[in-house]
Write a protein of this length. Structure first.
Length: 148
């Protein structure tokens, strides 16, 4: 079973996933965008400032996420795997970056189809909202606990 943890930047996704992993839960280790930026030796600002690089970056993100999660898609329901972000998140970021100029319609349509296809593998999603971020700021990490 594939369970996604979603939320805006800074909402606490990494904190939740780290705590789940430390508590013995199965977590897919991935920081796709960060690892791509490091490997390509570019900043997010550079990527967002270059349309061709943004297209390549978004293609690489979805490819890596799918490859990372592929082996867990057909696991039994009693074997839960947590992953960061959903394909809806990826599409939203791509649309924000590339949809504003109305020049990438074919690429956006194709990316949407891929996201929709791959998203079917996620059986459950938890969305971290601003309230979690506020709670996380008031409560130290060692005071947050997860129960099965």
């Amino acid at each position: 079973m594939l369970v996604a943890i979603s939320g805006s930047q800074g909402a606490g996704k990494s904190t939740v996933l780290d705590k789940l992993k430390a508590s013995g839960y199965n977590v897919i280790d991935r920081k796709s965008s960060r690892s791509i930026l490091d490997e390509w030796d570019v900043t997010l600002q550079e990527v967002n400032g270059n349309r061709d690089l943004t297209l390549e970056f978004q293609d690489e993100i979805i490819k890596r996420k799918y490859i990372d999660e592929l082996q867990y898609i057909d696991t039994q329901y009693d074997e839960v795997w947590f992953t960061e972000r959903t394909y809806a998140d990826l599409f939203t970021y791509a649309l924000i970056s590339l949809g504003k100029d109305n020049v990438n319609s074919k690429w956006i349509d194709h990316y949407y189809d891929l996201c929709k296809k791959y998203h079917k593998a996620i059986q459950m999603c938890f969305i971290l909202e601003l309230e979690y971020l506020m709670l996380n700021m008031m409560v130290s990490e060692d005071q947050i606990s997860f129960t099965q």
